[in-house]
Design a protein around this ligand. Structure first.
Ligand code: HEC
Length: 118
């Protein structure tokens, strides 16, 4: 029950861009993403600044896998971010990113955080 309420809150927050939700996402990002995704691209991962709304695999300063490059041309919408973070290798077979965010509520929070990441 609590989990369902949390998931509903997370989705509501995702739609409204809730600052509290993005703050939760910032924590998850800190623990689960920042080792590979810094403010600037590195060999570990591309920069995620401005990733929401950006074309997939479109940064010139990162060498993407053939798997993610196959998706280039599409846009990082909330739905695509959610799908990639649900199961990276399912969304883009051959991607170099090993894992995403298992829990739907945490994932929604991370996506909300990414939307504000400039
Ligand atoms: C172990 C390192 C690692 C971790 C941890 C990691 N990523 Fe990634 N991420 C990558 C790599 C490498 C790529 C490029 C993938 C490719 O080229 O196939 C990537 C790509 C991405 C992209 C696509 C960027 C673009 O320019 O198209 C997004 C979005 C993303 N990661 C989000 C996240 C989020 C959110 C987290 C935390 C929940 C996370 N990643 C955790 C390594 C990582």
């Amino acid at each position: 029950m609590t989990r369902r309420v949390l998931a509903i809150l997370a989705i509501a927050g995702l739609l409204t861009g809730s600052p509290a939700l993005a703050a939760d996402g910032a924590k998850t990002f800190q623990f689960q993403c920042k080792t590979c995704h810094a403010a600037k691209s590195s060999p570990m991962g591309p920069s995620l600044a401005g990733v929401a709304g950006r074309k997939i695999a479109s940064l010139g300063d990162f060498k993407y896998s053939a798997g993610l490059t196959a998706k280039a041309g599409a846009t990082w919408t909330d739905a695509n971010l959610d799908a990639y973070l649900t199961a990276p290798a399912k969304f883009a077979p051959g991607t170099k990113m090993p894992s995403g965010v298992a829990a739907p509520a945490d994932r929604a929070a991370v996506v909300a955080y990414l939307r504000g990441l400039k």
